[in-house]
Design a protein around this ligand. Sequence first.
Ligand code: MN
Length: 251
Amino acid sequence: MRILLTNDDGINAPGLEVLEAIAAELSDEVWVCAPAEENSGAGHSLTLHMPVRLRQHGERRFSVTGTPTDAVNLGMKKLFPDRPPDLVISGVNNGENLADDVTYSGTVSAAMEAALAGIPAVAMSQALRDAGHGFAAARAWAARVLAPLLDVRMPKRTVINVNFPALPADQVKGIRVVRQGFHDYARGSVIEAVDPRGRPYFWFGLDDIEHTLDHGTDLEAVGEGYISVTPLQLDLTHHASIGALAERYSG
Ligand code: MN
């Protein structure tokens, strides 16, 4: 099995080292192609306004001077001329990617880029709210999470979004397959200050995000100490609205 690893925290991120250890247990052909720098919050952005460079760090270790999407896209085009990877895993992200945050997430978007190319893809994120446990839950539980996914033929244009709770590995309660939750919109704080030239600037914070803990969601599962496994689809169409909206335009 040929596995490609990527992330949005950059080639030097501790979570990527954790993911490399996880992947080494699955295969002896593990490749890394990750952004050169941290790209958290980059979403599914593709660099179009400047060139990107592919740098080699080891036999199967590369970085791209761009976004997570750039890294997956360029990696697949340049590193695998013979055959594409069998699996792409993105992460392990430094922090959770739950609910509406999946569209901001470079971690999830890197997996989506692989899914667009028809490759099974998994995004993995580790909640770190209570600092001190680090990536222990992800490291200990990833193999159990991944094993069933390797046997299942994932539908095209879907990705699996996995989040590990901020707990010591032995306190994780189990694995739940759940739907994507949602945040109440009060999207974090904004810090306002003045730069050295006297001009105001703003900086988005991540605190004060309200959670709606609906039953059966990723937010609820991780909040209750479970690992959330959520299948996501790239088709964002709200199918239930098609008929009613089409009627508005007919006649
Ligand atoms: Mn990140």
